[in-house]
Design a protein around this ligand. Structure first.
Ligand code: RM4
Ligand code: MN
Ligand code: MN
Length: 428
């Protein structure tokens, strides 16, 4: 345990009377709506979202990175930080590694190390959007879609290595996001690049073991600014359908033009049985990677409305993977990730409270206002007591960020982890 259970217990005890009062009041309110609060608590307890290993380090922008105190130096430190998040929130049971950032020599040992914190592994992310020190050929002009076959082959080999690592870690999927694209009209053939990508991805797909999925992540722009090879869910779906049933489409909230109806994209991908899952964050303009629910919690709720609806009706092939994908520039990343885990669980629970029967009836009757009010009732319910109850029943904290601050964890690890000086640019 990274924080003493006694400390968590005494902090929880200090708010017990107030919490029980609020939980009881919410329970009575839900009973009047025909909802059993215990069933909702059970759903909240079963919920989990993966934490990206890179999220526990301070991110940055294209301009600068301002390192924080006690930054994780390697995957071992990152696992400890993720363990801390899980210990207090009890809703982040897996971590998603990025290769080669998290490369080690013994993945079985890494798996055991993670298990000691109660953590398993989610999708392995490949990285062909940067050059590594020991790399023979550069990805400056692209990787899997590069015009040069030797560069494509190198990118394929990296993805094959990621599959092997995924097998050793027990990861359910390989996530492929590439930065390939162009900055100038005429720089490359738009068609040829997509064809190159598809043939390279075929080689990667062929190496997937039966139980492992391939998640194709689209993003509209950045680092390429004129055209991006897998820019949207249409290109992603075309690729997934060309590759085969193990290939699915991953939606990252920040990877669309402003105001795009992302919940409708979710509905479409659910319809074709190709929704891989979600990368949660929030954004105002682009791939801002802000904390989930910090800008537009209603949009997050609307996404969850589609996800919960698909879950409850048992949509075919619906088994999404959920991950947080954020960059923390001005906060302690552990606090941001804990806060985000809570906000994501909140949207899930709020969406679980929507009266689906009443909603279907209002839609059937074309009663627009009744339909909207029924949907909104879920969003307008303060489910904080349910979230707190679910955490505490599993040994987590009533207020994870307050407990983390009280523990002095950051100060403690700052003594072991030397300060990183200077500023460099961050990740994309
Ligand atoms: C990308 C994308 C990927 C993530 C990288 C670091 O924009 O969101 O999921 O692995 O950033
Ligand atoms: Mn992402
Ligand atoms: Mn992104």
């Amino acid at each position: 345990m990274l924080i003493s259970e006694d400390l968590v217990g005494s902090l929880n005890e200090a708010v017990r009377v107030a919490h029980e009062d609020e939980f009881g009041a919410l329970g009575r309110k839900l009973t009047r709506r025909g909802v059993d609060i215990e069933a909702v608590v059970a759903r909240a307890m079963a919920w989990s979202v993966a934490v990206p290993t890179w999220g526990v380090g301070t991110g940055g922008t294209r301009f600068a990175r301002f390192p924080g105190r006690g930054e994780p130096r390697n995957i071992h430190d990152k696992l400890a930080d993720c363990g801390m998040i899980q210990q207090l929130t009890r809703g982040t049971r897996t971590v998603s590694p990025h290769i080669p950032w998290d490369k080690v020599s013994d993945y079985n040992a890494l798996r055991q190390e993670a298990a000691q914190y109660g953590l398993g592994f989610d999708a392995v992310n490949s990285n062909t959007f940067q050059d590594q020190a020991d790399q023979a050929l550069s990805y400056r002009y692209g990787s899997l879609a590069n015009a040069r076959s030797d560069i494509r082959a190198q990118a394929v080999a990296h993805n094959l290595e990621c599959i092997e690592i995924g097998k050793a870690l027990g990861a359910p999927a390989l996530t492929v996001w590439i930065g390939d694209g162009t900055n100038f009209a005429g720089q490359q053939s738009l068609s040829k690049m997509f064809e190159n990508y598809l043939s390279a991805m075929e080689e990667v797909y062929a190496a997937l073991p039966p139980g492992m999925a391939m998640f194709i992540e689209h993003k509209m722009y950045e680092p390429a600014f004129y055209s991006t090879v897998i820019s949207d869910w249409g290109s992603s779906l075309m690729a997934a359908q060309a590759l085969g049933p193990q290939a699915k489409c991953l939606v990252d909230l920040g990877h669309h033009a402003p105001n795009v109806n992302i919940e409708q994209i979710v509905a479409r991908l659910v319809h074709v049985g190709r929704l891989a899952g979600f990368h949660f964050n929030d954004s105002k303009y682009g791939d801002d990677d802000l904390d989930s629910g910090s800008v537009d919690p209603f949009r997050l709720f609307l996404v969850f409305n589609e996800l919960v609806e698909a879950e409850l009706r048992g949509a075919k092939g619906f088994a999404p993977s959920y991950m947080i994908d954020q960059s923390h520039n001005v906060t302690d990343p552990i606090e941001s990730l804990m806060g985000s885990a809570v906000e994501i669980a909140r949207a899930y629970v709020q969406a679980s409270l929507v009266d689906r029967k009443a909603l279907a009836e209002a839609q059937e009757a074309n009663d627009v206002m009744a339909a909207h009010r029924t949907l909104k009732a879920g969003f307008l319910t303060d489910v904080s007591p349910i979230l707190a109850e679910a955490r505490m029943r599993q040994g987590g904290a009533y207020d994870p960020i307050a407990a983390y601050r009280a523990s002095g964890y950051r100060g403690r690890v700052a003594q072991e982890r030397p300060e990183v000086k200077g500023s460099s640019s961050g990740i994309v």
